[in-house]
Write a protein that binds this ligand. Structure first.
Ligand code: AR6
Length: 175
């Protein structure tokens, strides 16, 4: 965290409440909504979000697409599609890492200063959070922030267990 250009931090929150430039949704390839954080984001953003998603033509696993945030405090929603956990030998780590990288690339192209990530793939998609969190952190740390407008990167944790894990991992990094 010694790099003055940006900070990485964990917060325990419902991501739909966060007043940041962009929140990152854990979507599926259809981008047409679902349960978990996806369902929460769609209900808080309102029906315009589904209309905006419809025209995007879906999204590949490991990739991301952006929409406005509509009724959310966040200006944008970046929808990324994490891998379904199938034991770990089906490129799950690489695909998860790609979700974080692609989301940051898209954020950078939209002059986004603050971004909050949901814990991609760690709910319905079954990716063990003990493995997913270090991958998420490493992907963000590997991103080239020089010349980027990104200043504040938040790992949004819904449970105390996830929050404790991220706090522990973040306390051990020097960015
Ligand atoms: N705010 C922040 N985090 C949340 C919230 C919330 N309101 N609600 C849940 N989480 P999941 P996935 C956390 O299942 O595993 C959907 O149906 C939750 O505790 O939402 O990537 C999609 O449409 C977990 O840590 O996403 C896909 O079909 C994390 O968000 C599928 O689920 C991700 O859990 C994607 O599965």
């Amino acid at each position: 965290m010694s790099d003055p250009t940006h900070t990485l931090r964990a917060v325990r929150a419902d991501i739909t409440s966060l007043d940041v430039d962009a929140i990152v949704n854990a979507a599926n390839t259809s981008l047409l909504g679902g349960g978990g954080v996806d369902g929460a984001i769609h209900s808080a953003a309102g029906p315009e979000l589904l209309e905006a998603c419809r025209v995007l033509g879906g999204c590949r696993t490991g990739d991301a697409k952006i929409t406005p945030g509509f009724r959310l405090p966040a200006r944008y929603v970046i929808h990324t599609v994490g891998p379904v956990w199938k034991g770990g030998n089906n490129a799950e780590p690489e695909l998860l890492s790609s979700c974080y990288r692609r989301s940051l690339e898209i954020a950078e192209n939209h002059a986004i200063h603050s971004i909050a990530f949901a814990s991609i793939s760690t709910g319905v998609f079954g990716f063990p959070v003990e493995l997913a969190a270090p991958i998420a952190l490493a992907a963000v740390q590997a991103f080239d922030f020089s010349g980027s407008p990104l200043r504040d990167v938040i790992f949004c944790c819904y449970s105390q267990q996830h929050y404790d894990l991220y706090r522990k991992l973040l306390s051990g990094i020097t960015a």
